[in-house]
Design a protein around this ligand. Structure first.
Ligand code: SAM
Ligand code: SF4
Length: 344
């Protein structure tokens, strides 16, 4: 599968757009390239995880074929995520091939940053446009506790490597757990300001059964995070959406840093949701908070080398996209799959 590259070679003439039953156009695909990870963040995974058998994970060729089908249907933005996308072998080649698809505006990635000291330059050169890097603590011991295996020094040098490679508009993602890292909210923002990065705070979502902590007790709302920040900085809400992602942004006076808030519990991003997700084993998820899915791997493997059945399956899947999700933050998981399977 060579894909419709920017220098010709169209493998599909499909020009229709993806529109769901509620009139929302899908222009953004988040692809999990692996469910595996070098970290075991306490809100994301259990200590002992069972991963998808390798033969069930999409190959790099299949990932490219599916990306190509989406781009042919009008998708403009693709985010590679996981698991940890940078531990997938040959991920930089996949980046180069996807970035070259004719019609795609931007290829971006969410990463834990651990492999960036090694890969940042290659990723930039491959055509990756932007990086979101997860960082929940600046304290080495706490970082180790929250990630179970991670080394914060490696992530911090990954951030520096990404800046040195020429990535701009890098955004940090921080999940705040009450009683665990909420005392670092200001320090994380001060770090973002010092490094001229943006930062988003993400409310913990009830995805997957975890035993390490009570999600109900650790839940901290973004309203509380915002109230804390307002005691130190002057924040002004940025009108409209600064990106087509789910963050609401505030600028911080006299800095270049914007603070984003991703608040799934307040449903604030359903009404104009423009995205769908692909799991590492090829399930197309129409909504983060629902189990509706379509098995695109089965379509790809049943029709080797053929793009039309895949394109049709994606068009048909739009009818399954629900209007909204309903998360609550009691201890019961609404969804049994982990964020690492979903492609966060
Ligand atoms: N491994 C990469 C990383 O950590 O950035 C990409 C995948 S990770 C699943 C994507 C994002 O989801 C991370 O920012 C992580 O903090 C967030 N995340 C994982 N589990 C979550 C949960 N239960 N609630 C809220 N955010 C979660
Ligand atoms: Fe890995 Fe990202 Fe999940 Fe942490 S949040 S365990 S880094 S996939």
């Amino acid at each position: 599968m060579s894909g419709r590259t920017k220098n010709g070679n169209s493998s599909s003439d499909e020009t229709s757009r993806l529109v769901d039953r509620f009139g929302r156009e899908v222009s953004y695909l988040r692809m999990s390239v692996t469910d595996r990870c070098d970290f075991r963040c306490v809100y994301c995974m259990d200590e002992e995880m069972t991963f998808v058998p390798r033969e069930q994970v999409l190959t790099l060729e299949e990932l490219l074929q599916i990306a190509d089908a989406f781009v042919s249907l009008g998708v403009k933005k693709i985010r590679l995520t996981g698991g940890e996308p940078l531990i997938r072998t040959n991920v930089t080649k996949l980046c180069r091939d996807i970035a070259n698809l004719d019609g795609l505006d931007e290829l971006v990635m969410t990463s834990n940053g651990s492999q960036l000291p090694r890969l940042a330059g290659d990723l930039k050169e491959a055509g990756l446009k932007r990086l979101n890097i997860s960082l929940d603590s600046l304290k080495p011991e706490r970082f180790k506790q929250l990630t179970r295996t991670g080394d914060v020094a490696q992530v911090l040098s990954g951030i520096d490597a990404a800046k040195a490679a020429g990535f701009d508009k890098i955004k940090l993602n921080a999940v705040i757990l009450r009683g665990r890292n909420d005392d670092e909210i200001e320090d994380l923002v001060a770090f973002a300001i010092a490094k001229q990065l943006d930062i988003s705070f993400i409310e913990e979502m009830p995805l997957g059964v975890i035993s390490e902590h009570s999600r109900a007790e650790s839940f901290m709302s973004n309203e509380d995070v915002l109230a804390r920040l307002q005691q130190t900085w002057t924040l002004s809400e940025v009108a409209g959406r600064a990106t087509d992602g789910p963050s609401r942004y505030h600028s911080i006076a006299e800095t270049q840093t914007r603070v984003g808030f991703i608040s799934p519990h307040s449903h604030n991003f359903c009404g104009d949701c423009n995205r769908v997700r692909l799991t590492a084993e090829g399930r197309l998820l129409l909504c983060l908070g629902h189990e509706h899915s379509v098995d695109l791997r089965a379509v790809v493997r049943a029709n080797p080398g053929e793009q039309a059945p895949l394109v049709q399956a994606i068009v048909n899947a739009m009818d399954l996209k629900p209007e909204r999700h309903f998360f609550d933050h009691s201890n019961e998981p609404d969804i049994v799959r982990f964020m690492s399977m979903t492609g966060g």
